[in-house]
Design a protein around this ligand. Sequence first.
Ligand code: PBG
Length: 330
Amino acid sequence: MISRKFPSTRLRRLRQSDSIIKLTSECGISKDDLIQPVFVKEGLKDKEPIESMPGIFRFGCESVLDEIEEIDQLGIKAIAIFPVIDPAKKDATGSEAIKTDNFISEVICSIKSKFPNMLVIADVALDPYTDHGHDGILENNKILNDQTLEVLAEQSIVLAEAGADIIAPSDMMDGRIGFIRKRLDENSFEEKIILSYAAKYNSKFYGPFRDAVNSKNNLGKSDKSSYQMNPANFLEALNEVAMDIEEGADIVMVKPGMPYLDIISRIKHEFKVPTFAYQVSGEYSMLMESVNKGWLDKNVIMETIISFKRAGADAVLSYFAKDLIKEFNL
Ligand code: PBG
């Protein structure tokens, strides 16, 4: 251990000016590290605001193209797209999710034909499509793991055929990564990337997202604790990640972000694989509203994003992505 003793060592020497602070910065963030989540709503003409996510909109299948154009021009390399489905199409098994010409497929197809270089990350889970709002098939109040795998694999093929570059299972069923990898490979999609929501916690920070995709009322008083992780657990997160890597995940993700920085750090150091963080809807809303009200300085946003990099995240999904690039000249 090198000895560091005052007065020969003065750590404040490197904090004398903005220039020396920047030169000795241990990590940084650039637009290459940011992914913008985008909501698209079936049957919507223009765009509509999401009340619990100030500044975030749902887009229709045409207006989303202008939004992607802006995202593209800002230099963002990837979007994560989430559909809001016509309520009349929701059912107990989420059957709309596996129809080849469903809404999300059309949207992905039109985005990829206009912006072929924009990486499209497509969520795999049944919650936008089920009338009970759960990510899997529900029978007698139980989520059926193995029956759900079959549907998730089909959903992945639909998304891959539509042109999604990255398949992102967010459902937390056991064994889904291996099941989906196998099905993709059998259908000549061996180049499709799997981004696994590997350590996804059962979190109340998803509240505004469930408003955004209109699944909150479907879910009602029910919760996702039988498949999403207990917030108290960290060793289990390592097991989840180990299994997903073994089954074929290319990138793993931790979600939510800020309350789980320790998990990002452990995963990155233990497995040394590409690791993403998802700064989720509730994290966005609490920060944005505080900034809007003047209770917090807008630099808090940058502070949160840098915390993900410091913890070891390679990229961050954040509803702030566009704003960060504009406001902080990234
Ligand atoms: C669906 C899904 C959720 C989020 C991403 N995919 C919600 C949930 O699991 O209930 C949350 C994202 C956010 O809060 O921003 N499986």
